[in-house]
Design a protein around this ligand. Structure first.
Ligand SMILES: *Cc1c(COP(=O)(O)O)cnc(C)c1O
Length: 397
C-alpha cells in the first residue's frame, strides 16, 4: 500500500461529460518497477555514483549499441561537456553544428572557448544539411556535432567522410536517439563520442541523466578521470590500484545510483516502451495522412536509411501564425501541443558565441511552423484519436 502513490497517473484520462480533458504533452516514463529498484539501491547502502545499477545501465547500453564504453552521466549536457574535454576543444576552435537544436549542443563547446558555427538544416528531417558542412570548415574547425532530431539519424556516411578528410572529431548529440539507427548502426556510435539523454522528456528517463558513448578505447581512461573530479577513482573502485589520486582537471559527472535504479527499470522494458511509442506514432501518421494529402500540413520524414524510435511526433503548419492558432485551438480542447527550438543563432548567446555560415534558408522558416503533438509511453490509442480529430476540426472549421 505504501507504494500506491506511483499508480497515480498525472493526467486526467479520457473525456467524460462535463469533465475537462487534458492530454499533457509529456508524461515521464514509468513502468512500475522503478520503486522496487530504488528501494534495492537504498538497501544496497550504495546511493552515490557508480553503484550496481549504474553498472547495469552502462552494460545494457554497451550491449544494445555495441559501443566500446558507456559512462552514465548526470545529463546529456554533461556527456557533451565530457566529449568536449576529451576532444581537447579550446579557445579559438570552431565546432560545426545546426542552429536548430537544444542549447546544450553548443554550450558544451562554447564553455571551452570554442565558436559555434551554425549551418542550415534539411527541411525534410530537420537535421543538419550534410551537403553544407564542408564549406563551413576552416583551419580552426575541430569538430562536427550532428544532432539526430526526433531520433531520425543524420546522413552519417557523408558526415564521417568529411570528418576523416579534414581530421575532425565527431560528437553526436544523440539525446533523442537511443534505440534508433542509421543503416542498421545505432545512433551515437558513429562519432568518437555519442551523447544520450535520460531527461524526463526522453524515451527512457532517470529524471535528469545521460550517457557518454566512447567508440575508441583509447579515450576511456581520460574520460573516467574527467568524470571523477580529475581522479583515478574508477580504477580504484575496480581494485586496479590501491589508492586514488588527483590526476588531471575534471568535474563530477556521475549520477546517483538511485537515479540509475529508476532508469534500469525502463531499460529492461526498452523494447516494449519503444514498441508502444511506435504504435502511437504510426497511428498519428495514418490518421493525419489525409490532411497531408490535402496539402494542409506536412508530416515527418524518415529516410529509408533510418530506423527511428518514435521519440517525437510533429506536424508542420503553413506558418507561425497558423501554428499559434492551432496551439490555442488544441489547448481549448484539452490538448497540450508545443513548438520546439528557437534557432540558436538568433538567440542572445548565439549572437555572442556563434555565427551562421551560409544562408538560413530553412532553419528559421521550418522551426517557425513545427508543432509537436503529445507523445509518451502509455499515451493511449483513444487519446491519439481524439487529438487527431481536433487537428482535423481545426483545418475543417
Ligand atoms: C534533451 C536534449 C539535450 C539535453 O539533455 P539533458 O539530459 O537535459 O542535458 C541535448 N540535446 C538535445 C537534442 C536534446 O533533445
Amino acid at each position: 500500500m505504501e507504494d500506491m502513490w506511483y499508480t497515480f497517473r498525472p493526467v486526467i484520462r479520457f473525456r467524460r461529460k462535463g469533465e475537462k480533458t487534458m492530454i499533457n504533452f509529456n508524461v515521464p516514463p514509468f513502468t512500475g518497477k522503478e520503486v522496487e529498484y530504488m528501494r534495492e539501491a537504498i538497501q544496497n547502502q550504495k546511493i552515490c555514483g557508480d553503484g550496481p545499477f549504474t553498472k547495469k545501465c552502462s552494460e545494457w547500453i554497451e550491449e544494445q549499441t555495441g559501443t566500446a564504453k558507456c559512462l552514465l552521466t548526470t545529463s546529456c549536457t554533461h556527456a557533451t561537456e565530457l566529449a568536449a574535454l576529451l576532444a581537447q576543444i579550446k579557445e579559438g576552435d570552431e565546432v560545426i553544428l545546426p542552429s536548430y537544436t537544444f542549447v546544450s549542443t553548443a554550450d558544451a563547446f562554447v564553455l571551452r572557448g570554442a565558436k559555434a558555427v551554425f549551418v542550415d538544416i534539411r527541411p525534410d528531417t530537420m537535421n543538419i544539411d550534410e551537403t553544407l558542412i564542408e564549406d563551413a570548415v576552416t583551419e580552426r574547425t575541430r569538430a562536427i556535432a550532428p544532432v539526430h532530431y526526433a531520433g531520425v539519424g543524420c546522413e552519417m556516411d557523408v558526415i564521417m567522410d568529411i570528418a576523416r578528410r579534414h581530421d575532425l572529431m565527431v560528437v553526436e548529440d544523440a539525446a533523442q536517439g537511443i534505440m534508433a539507427s542509421y543503416k542498421g548502426k545505432p545512433l551515437g556510435t558513429f562519432g568518437e563520442f555519442g551523447c544520450f539523454s535520460f531527461h524526463e522528456t526522453k524515451n527512457f528517463s532517470m529524471g535528469e541523466g545521460g550517457a557518454l558513448l566512447i567508440r575508441d578505447e583509447n579515450y576511456i581512461e581520460a574520460a573516467e578521470i574527467f568524470r571523477e573530479k580529475g581522479t583515478d577513482r574508477s580504477k580504484y573502485y575496480r581494485g586496479q590500484i590501491d589508492k586514488y589520486r588527483w590526476q588531471d582537471y575534471g568535474s563530477s559527472y556521475l549520477p546517483s545510483d538511485l537515479n540509475a535504479a529508476y532508469l534500469y527499470a525502463q531499460l529492461e522494458l526498452a523494447e516494449e516502451i519503444t514498441q508502444a511509442r511506435m504504435e502511437r506514432w504510426q497511428q498519428y501518421w495514418e490518421l493525419l495522412t489525409p490532411l497531408q494529402e490535402e496539402g494542409r500540413i506536412e508530416l515527418p520524414c524518415v529516410p529509408e536509411s533510418c530506423t527511428h524510435n518514435a521519440h517525437m511526433f510533429y506536424i508542420k503548419t503553413k506558418d507561425m501564425e497558423e501554428r499559434t492558432r492551432l496551439i490555442d485551438f488544441l489547448k481549448e480542447r484539452g490538448v497540450h501541443a508545443v513548438f520546439h527550438y528557437v534557432p540558436l543563432h538568433s538567440a542572445p548567446a548565439g549572437l555572442k558565441y556563434g555565427r551562421f555560415h551560409g544562408e538560413d534558408k530553412y532553419t528559421t522558416k521550418e522551426s517557425d511552423r513545427l508543432l509537436r503533438l503529445p507523445m509518451y509511453y502509455k499515451l493511449t490509442a483513444d487519446e491519439v484519436e481524439y487529438i487527431t480529430e481536433q487537428v482535423k476540426a481545426f483545418y475543417e472549421g
